[in-house]
Write a protein that binds this ligand. Structure first.
Ligand code: G3H
Length: 533
């Protein structure tokens, strides 16, 4: 989509580029004098000469091994073998730092939202939602951590041994987020990792990187030095040397299993590495013959095409019972063709430009391959291509030999598979590399009950008559096989980024007197039965 700058509403115009010249290491905003990486929006606008081209938004430092290892040193020093200010700090004080941060973050809403729109082309409403959801996640995390602290503010006694059990930090966490939720998903790793007392190094995703810039000072001002280190650059140049040192205790990554596997393999002692991963998926919808088609079509539309299908939770293959598949296909095709493509600020735009420059060509490859092997495009606009977009194509009938059956498309193309025997989708799911979620559409409980009982063992969330999604964030977000390692949710993430650790003491007068003195004096931040209301 091409655009003259004057067509863009004032509030969304890019008046100045953002040249991010600093990165955050050891509490200092270090000025970078080396090479930089230009950041472009997929949205084309007229440049100074009137040529229409991808809009240049700014640049970020292209850091390398030296800077990466300095950030690692800073994180290790801040952890200081468990003696650092941050890992030993009182819970209430760590929470106070987090509260300071979130207040400062909130003042940057408009700037960040605008960058989400330009960098990855989320609609204005979705970009606002991403920001607000992240703020809410931080508040919910603080509340959950308080509850965790209340629950552990006590002593237990078993077999003559008193125990004071809490959850403690793991050490240094390397956080890497994805481009589709560059703020939310990265912070859903970073925030729980921080609040549990770990120290962190964080590198923004390949796209959606400038939007972190307005928040760097808030990090610098809210946390002790070295607790949050922010790097820019390519994963291979920055994350790989850090992993090779063996000094990372937790690799927290939302992205593809190939990146996760490559990085974890660099750790010289893999048994020491805790992995917290949200990975790829190929969530299916199963549409039974008695499904309410109005509802099913609406949910499949949102499930397959929200943010152009660039969600790990997107519906990536639709199994539709052959008794209703023709009606489903006709009605679904009309709805897909009626979706409006436009720039993120345009009223009613549901489909927006794709941030990955090679994505339209990749989707076209999937379409060509499916067509060669016997599928057709059902909707009339399917496959229409512009500079930065390819209109969603509904492919039917899709078979297992097609690439679109196997590969996670992460973009606008929708494979539909007809079935007559319910064992077909079940067997396919069992054989699949993925196991995140499924959407099940139907009504008859005699059919649904045994299906639910099986599906919960193949994936980790069965969505009854609704599309798949991560939220609400208090619910567990995980997956089987190549779809995840560990569980994220407001509560589970606090567990994923910590370990149970405790003080044990035999029940005798000598020890009991010491315990009482420890408690009365409030000299220890760990041994404490105080709690925050
Ligand atoms: O990319 C995967 C996201 O976790 C999806 O989250 O279901 O809220 O869009 P969502």
């Amino acid at each position: 989509m091409s655009q003259l700058n004057t067509d863009i509403p004032k509030a969304f115009q890019i008046e100045n580029t953002l040249e991010q010249e600093h990165y955050l290491v050891n509490g200092e905003l270090i000025h970078w004098k080396g090479t930089t990486a230009d950041v472009f929006s997929p949205i084309r606008t007229a440049n100074a000469n009137g040529d229409i081209e991808p809009t240049r938004l700014g640049s970020t430092p292209d850091l390398g091994e030296k800077e990466a290892l300095l950030a690692l040193d800073a994180a290790c020093n801040a952890y200081d073998k468990g003696q650092g200010e941050w890992p030993t700090m009182k819970v209430a004080d760590r929470i106070a730092c987090m509260e300071t941060f979130v207040e400062k973050m909130k003042t940057k809403r408009e700037e960040v939202v605008k960058l989400i729109m330009w960098e990855i082309c989320k609609t204005h409403a979705d970009a606002q939602k991403e920001f607000d959801r992240t703020v809410e996640y931080i508040y919910d995390t603080i509340e959950d951590y308080k509850q965790m602290d209340r629950d552990s503010a006590k002593f237990e006694k078993q077999s003559g041994i008193h125990a004071h059990i809490r959850r403690g930090p793991l050490g240094v966490v390397l956080c890497l987020g994805p481009y589709n939720y560059p703020l939310n998903e990265t912070f859903c790793l970073l925030i729980p990792a921080l609040i549990m007392g770990n120290t962190t190094i964080f590198k923004p995703a390949k796209f959606g990187v400038l939007l972190i810039a307005p928040l760097i000072e808030a990090f610098q001002e809210s946390f002790p030095k070295g607790v949050v280190n922010i790097l820019f650059g390519r994963g291979r140049a920055v994350a790989s040397p850090i992993m090779k040192t063996g000094k990372v205790n937790v690799l927290a990554l939302i992205g593809h299993s190939s990146s996760a596997n490559a990085l974890q393999a660099l750790h010289p002692k893999q048994n020491r590495l805790r992995m917290v991963y949200g990975l790829e998926a190929k969530n299916p919808a199963i549409v039974l013959p008695d499904a309410d088609l109005d509802l099913t079509i609406e949910e499949c539309l949102a499930g397959t095409l929200s943010f152009n299908g660039q969600r790990c939770t997107a519906l990536k293959v639709l199994y539709v019972h052959e008794a209703i598949v023709d009606e489903f296909n006709t009605r679904f095709s009309k709805k897909v063709d009626a979706l409006k493509f436009g720039n993120p600020w345009e009223e009613g735009a549901k489909l927006t430009p794709l941030p990955e420059p090679n994505k339209p060509a990749y989707i076209q490859e999937l379409i060509d391959d499916a067509k060669e092997k016997g599928a057709s495009i059902l909707n009339s606009k399917g496959g229409e291509t512009t500079d930065n977009y390819i209109f969603p194509a509904i492919l039917y009938p899709v078979t297992k030999d097609m690439r679109v059956y196997e590969e996670e498309q992460f973009g606008p193309v929708i494979p539909v598979i007809p079935f007559s025997d319910i064992d077909q989708p079940l067997d396919d799911m069992a054989a699949s590399n993925y196991g995140q979620q499924v959407s099940l559409f139907g009504k008859d409980i005699k059919t649904l009950a045994p299906l639910i009982d099986t599906l919960v063992n193949l994936v980790c969330r069965v969505n009854l008559n609704s599309s798949c999604q991560r939220g609400p964030d208090v619910y567990p977000f995980t997956g089987r096989k190549d779809s995840a390692v560990a569980t994220l949710s407001v509560h589970d993430a606090l567990r994923s980024f910590s370990i149970r650790t405790f003080l044990a003491s035999k029940d005798n007068d000598y020890n009991n007197t010491i315990l009482e003195e420890l408690l009365d004096s409030r000299a220890s931040n760990f041994v404490s039965t105080d709690y925050i209301l």
